[in-house]
Design a protein around this ligand. Sequence first.
Ligand code: AMP
Ligand code: MG
Length: 496
Amino acid sequence: MQEPSAPFSFSNSYAEELPDFYVESAPMAVQEPSLLQFNAPLADELGLGVGELPSQDLAQIFSGQKLLAGSRPLAQAYAGHQFGGFSPQLGDGRGLLLGEVAAPDGRRRDIALKGSGRTAYSRGGDGKAAIGPVLREYLLGEAMHTLGIPTTRSLAAVATGESVYRENTLPGAILTRVASSHIRIGTFEFFASQQRWDQVKQLADYAIERHYPHLSSDDDRYLLFLQAVSERQAALVANWMLIGFIHGVMNTDNMAISGETIDYGPCAFMEAFSPDAVFSSIDQRGRYAYKNQPQMAQWNLTRFAEALLPLIDKDNPERAVPKVEAILNDFTFHYEKHWLAGAQAKLGLENSDLDVDSDKVLVNDWLNLLEIYAVDYTLAWRRLADAAEGNSESLEALFPSSEVLSPWLNRWHERIAKQSAADSASRMRSVNPIYIPRNHFVEDALDAATNDSNLEPFEKLLAVLSHPFDERPELASYAQPAPENFTGRYKTFCGT
Ligand code: AMP
Ligand code: MG
């Protein structure tokens, strides 16, 4: 096979500036890589210039068989608190950073493989990934992006042509993931737990320069860094809550310093509103249930703060504790601010600063109704836009009777009557999606790809989700919740 011409070249700031933070490692050889999916618009956005390459070349590149100019594949070191317990050494057991690209928008991005074979951090694992979890991450990452939520993205999925052995024998695949960076809270914990503060400082300086450059020359930069990361996480988790997303495995190694959603394992979107919802088969106690997500993010940030304390006050870390605690407490304030502003927008409420307290009651009463009557979370918000146009039938149809809804609906009408109603409905439709990755469609798409090598349902779903706010009558079925017998037994797996 001819060497594909090198359309772009990688840079390697992580490799060059953080020598102790990785082990160089080659991707495994793959017999017959074939392209399952390629995200050409994202490739363009990144300025990769690979759009014209034949798919065979893309499959070679994005399975790590052909390394492009400047690529220096490496497995990153990290630790992490998993379900509350500390694992001092995790690291990329099946991932490799190929390198970084400076996109035309000026932002540096990581390009990384997932499922590319064993590394120094694989422990007992095989370093591989099955097609189902690869396509799930591809789909969910792209869906989150079109929903407007910060996330890592998916550039390519390549079938390896080889089998992966889990509970069943499954076709193998490799995902190419694009991220602002792969620095996790767990990356800090890796060195902090070994009391190697020089390395923690190196990493903090690097992360500040890369993600929060406006802080880099501030004397209080480590404290401000904690604050900035905390605020981004508050905004991120508020977005998850507003959209009904359950991450499923919010361990500190799955929380990126950049504020992007990362690691789509046993995640799911909620249908009938239930604050206790948990889908992950490995989360038996519901630690990462929907309603616990803000508190778990705050818990993770506390681990992050512990790793930073000796940097914040190097003479006397204890002295920094009150300042750090103030920031951690502020997480709740920032979270609630983002959440309420988002909820007000979803309810079509303007002048949101004036009516904060009464709006909060209005939102919570709305959510109580959704919970009591187990109403589909996504459809409820969406159909409220119809009610803003004077047609409440589609909304009422989601409840057992119009009577249970009408007292609340009257209050809401009164609230919006105070504002210029002209475009309430269209504004509401621009923040309340009609299409989300419904679990039964996701599972059907992954099953077809896994069992029948049929990517059609996957591609169709991906296309539907590329415009989640534009209702199209011919796609009505994609807006519908799963049949009851599906949801009741639905569990997601890590896919490791
Ligand atoms: P995850 O639950 O996917 O975030 O993975 C947790 C840790 O397990 C990370 O260090 C992964 O790199 C590692 N890991 C997950 N699956 C595999 C696998 N099949 N082989 C080797 N390491 C893995
Ligand atoms: Mg992970």
